[in-house]
Design a protein around this ligand. Sequence first.
Ligand SMILES: C[S@@+](CC[C@H](N)C(=O)[O-])C[C@H]1O[C@@H](n2cnc3c(N)ncnc32)[C@H](O)[C@@H]1O
Length: 277
Amino acid sequence: MERPEPIRPFLRWAGSKRQLLPVLSDYSPRRFGRYLEPFLGSGSLFFHLRPARAILGDVNADLMATYEQVRDNLDAVFSELSAMRKGKEEYYRIRSSDTSSLNPAEQAAQFIYLNRFSFNGLYRTNRKGEFNVPYGGAKCAGVPARASLEASSRALQGAELVSGDFEVVLAQARSGDFVYLDPPYSVAVRRVFKEYDPSSFCTRDLQRLRRWLDRLTEVGAEFLLSYAKCEEAELLMEGYAARQVAVRRNIAGFSRDRRRAQEWLISNMKTLGYEEA
Ligand SMILES: C[S@@+](CC[C@H](N)C(=O)[O-])C[C@H]1O[C@@H](n2cnc3c(N)ncnc32)[C@H](O)[C@@H]1O
């Protein structure tokens, strides 16, 4: 079956799967009911496959509100974004503005602007929930072009957007759906985030995720899960098909710490070698 022309995500995201897209897309089924992605981030695979019907979610409420505005209110978002200038001073002015005084389109434009100009596209907030990533420098690529946001908006038209825990998306899975899961790596997260971070993952979350893999299999949904090669991955892999893929991982957020690492692709798809017990 022919796939639509892939689109590049309009956000930068730590742990983005852009470099693995050729592999992920090869392993994705050619036909499926709906596409579910509960750890969306910049949605690399979603924008690559552009499925007609999708349920997309992330625990980051500002991120999901931004997608909603790009889907439903693109003109207003783009007009706000076009009025924002480039540069360090403007970045810190926008970063310090009180988001509660902004309308949803202004908030989305601010989110996109800060994402595009922040250091390494990182998303991090302080305990008060204020975005606190420093300016990324003049090398940043700038805000997305109108055509890129329009293409993303079109891709999102058939998507239900969920802001919250991954279980809310997975509870909607049914037979024939394809689910792509890219949770944060609990190992890397411990090293990177020393302070409280609602989007970090712990062993208890991994155990919850494992139970959901079994439920997805029971309802007849196909899943593909990306996870780091580490001890914790064994909990997720047991009884499922697993393949190793090589990735360059940006562990500390600094380019000198980019390393080659192995990652797992775990699945209940027969095409990947899964055999029912
Ligand atoms: C590795 S990133 C996903 C990257 C994405 N595949 C991409 O290509 O950009 C993991 C995402 O999971 C989200 N997340 C963390 N904990 C979550 C939870 N309990 N439920 C849903 N999303 C969560 C984070 O906010 C983050 O955006």
